[in-house]
Ligand binder design. Structure first.
Ligand SMILES: [Zn+2]
Length: 68
């Protein structure tokens, strides 16, 4: 288990202050409202707007990996 559930309860999106949830791979935290993914590195979520990845881009990368 990468991230503590209690920690997730405390964490909020730095942009909209809304709820975030962990993705399936447990390597990122997703904000639905902002469509952003905050990466988790060494079990530490990078809660910086500047470091967040747009969900579109993340999905595209995964798709291209699958198809390619
Ligand atoms: Zn947000």
């Amino acid at each position: 288990m990468a991230i503590d559930k209690e920690l997730l309860d405390i964490l909020a999106c730095p942009k909209c202050k809304g709820d975030i949830y962990i993705n399936k791979k447990e390597d990122g935290l997703i904000c639905d409202a902002c469509q952003l993914l905050y990466e988790i590195k060494d079990e530490i979520p990078i809660m910086l707007i500047d470091e967040a990845l747009p969900l579109d881009k993340v999905e595209e990368e995964r798709k291209s990996r699958k198809e390619g």
